[in-house]
Design a protein around this ligand. Sequence first.
Ligand SMILES: C[S@@+](CC[C@H](N)C(=O)[O-])C[C@H]1O[C@@H](n2cnc3c(N)ncnc32)[C@H](O)[C@@H]1O
Length: 145
Amino acid sequence: MEAKLYTRLGLESGKLLDAGAGSGYVAMYMARKGFDVQAIDTTLHHLKDAQENVKANRLQGKVAVSYGDYHNLSAFPAASFDGIYTMETFVHADDPNKVLKNFYCLLKPGGVLVLHDADFSRNSDNAAPHTRRQVQHRPETAIDD
Ligand SMILES: C[S@@+](CC[C@H](N)C(=O)[O-])C[C@H]1O[C@@H](n2cnc3c(N)ncnc32)[C@H](O)[C@@H]1O
């Protein structure tokens, strides 16, 4: 799935935010593709796993892991990421609109957001298809309440 996410991002380099990074495997995949990745998560044992995995794979210079809730991303400067993605994580949002606004603020103009979540509603009997949403930051576009 990370390969599809990478393709959807359509970027070759830059800084990415992995929002809800879990144990860090997707962030490490992106780091190996050449990106600098800021990985955030709210679950402490996932953060610990991610930090250990990043260290074990000697990717500390490419992946930064820190506590972060995508409902409050004020720790990061506006327009500081070339790309933002979620992998199986956006579905957990309590306030999806607020999260999308936060992502929008953090994207550089022209930056890319990819949300990758399983869609179990389409067919509950078989392997669940996945929906992927990719949008591009355009300064003239606003997200309404
Ligand atoms: C199903 S896991 C996916 C982890 C990782 N993206 C992957 O694909 O391996 C969902 C992750 O989202 C994190 N999460 C849930 N709510 C979050 C929030 N508000 N902000 C940041 N991360 C959150 C959880 O702690 C968990 O690690």
